[in-house]
Write a protein that binds this ligand. Structure first.
Ligand code: SF4
Ligand code: SF4
Length: 359
């Protein structure tokens, strides 16, 4: 049977970049809990149902838990083209990174096309993001979506949705906003306004740095793991099976961390009881008469997932939830002492005048 005639002459204002199949592809790089799946869904819904495009969206969840990496894929094309693939987006025009801790993830910009753009939720400048990524071409756009979400009492995804809608030239920001409003009207009418404010701020509070288009072949940055099937030593040994001491869990935090205020701490230990990992560094203070007591010294951010259970539990607000800015955790980390312990896993030291003693 003869194939139906198609008309590939449909033009969408601003849709000047497409791949060899006529597709414009977007990849959202995120962590579980930040709402990238919903953002991708709303983006595709706006394009298909309100802008007359063809489109598809799906997400890849990895281990499907809060804090683990997820990717959300959006494909758009003109209405006269069929869109039959549901493979992951490997050659995007846009990579939107929902949290700057992901800048270190191998292959985060994998396959980004020349002339594409990177949109990042960060407190860093575009220049600092370029340095972190080793990426000197095309467009880098930055916004502090986490702070916007914190201030508006909403979530990062609506700020990022606003930024993507504003940055992609052929998307109609007002139509995407309409879909956002309709989505929250159906599900959570009480938080429509805060999410619309977040969206509006995301669409406007962007710092953009545009450079020359990358030469073909120079857009894939940092994709190779140190060891692969070609260079891994034969008969290699896993030296620490089932040992998570070396594991850095910082990547599970979704933009917030607990901050410890020692002057407000009564050393009750409630935070330690609810912490799902071994994050809290304690001292054992020994008195001259041989008695001893424990004192919280700080947080080992190396193991902190940012779940905020300690903040919610602390009776004296000695733990507060704060926006994580790059370098803070490294600077304020109080490393756990893994040397042989005297009592209950805590370090052991003589008291000094600054120590606070429990009565
Ligand atoms: S729950 Fe609060 S007061 Fe108690 S030890 Fe932890 S930080 Fe200190
Ligand atoms: S946020 Fe608090 S309770 Fe949660 S992992 Fe970090 S230190 Fe532990």
């Amino acid at each position: 049977m003869e194939a139906p005639a198609t008309n590939h002459e449909v033009r969408i204002p601003g849709l000047t970049q497409t791949d060899e199949d006529g597709l414009y592809e977007i990849r959202l790089e995120s962590l579980g809990g930040l709402g990238a799946h919903l953002a991708g869904k709303m983006l595709a819904e706006a394009a298909v149902l309100r802008m007359g495009l063809n489109g598809a969206h799906f997400s890849s969840y990895g281990s499907e838990k809060k804090g683990s990496p997820i990717k959300s894929f959006v494909r758009l094309t003109t209405a006269d083209r069929e869109l039959r693939t549901s493979a992951p987006v490997e050659r995007p025009f846009v990579v939107a990174i929902f949290l700057d801790t992901l800048l270190k993830a191998p292959g985060i910009l994998s396959g980004l096309r020349p002339g594409g753009m990177v949109i990042v939720n960060t407190t860093m400048s575009p220049q600092e993001v370029r340095e972190a990524l080793g990426y000197e071409y095309d467009t880098v756009a930055c916004l502090d979506a986490t702070s916007i979400a914190l201030e508006q009492k909403s979530r990062v995804n609506t700020a990022m949705l606003g930024a993507v809608a504003a940055m992609v030239p052929f998307l109609d920001v007002a139509r995407v906003r309409d879909v956002l409003a309709a989505t929250f009207e159906r599900k959570h009418p009480s938080i429509i306004e805060s999410n619309l404010s977040t969206f509006d701020r995301g669409a406007t509070e962007i710092t953009v740095d545009r450079r020359d288009t990358a030469p073909e072949g120079q857009t894939v940055v940092g994709t190779s793991p140190a060891l692969g099937y070609l260079n891994a030593p034969i008969g290699g040994v896993v030296a620490n099976p089932a040992n998570t001491v070396a594991k850095n869990l910082s990547g599970s935090r979704v933009g917030y961390l607990p901050v410890f205020h020692q002057e407000q701490c009564i050393h009750c230990g409630l935070c330690d009881m609810v912490c799902p990992d071994n994050c809290l560094a304690w001292d054992i203070i020994k008195e001259a008469d041989g008695t001893w007591y424990t004192q919280l010294r700080g947080i080992d951010y190396h193991y902190c997932k940012g779940c905020q259970a300690c903040v919610e539990t602390c009776p004296t607000q000695a733990m507060t939830k704060e926006r994580e800015i790059p370098g803070f955790a490294e600077e304020r980390r109080v490393p756990l002492d893994w040397s042989p312990r005297v009592v209950d896993g805590a370090r052991y030291r003589e008291p000094d005048t600054a120590d606070i003693k429990l009565s």
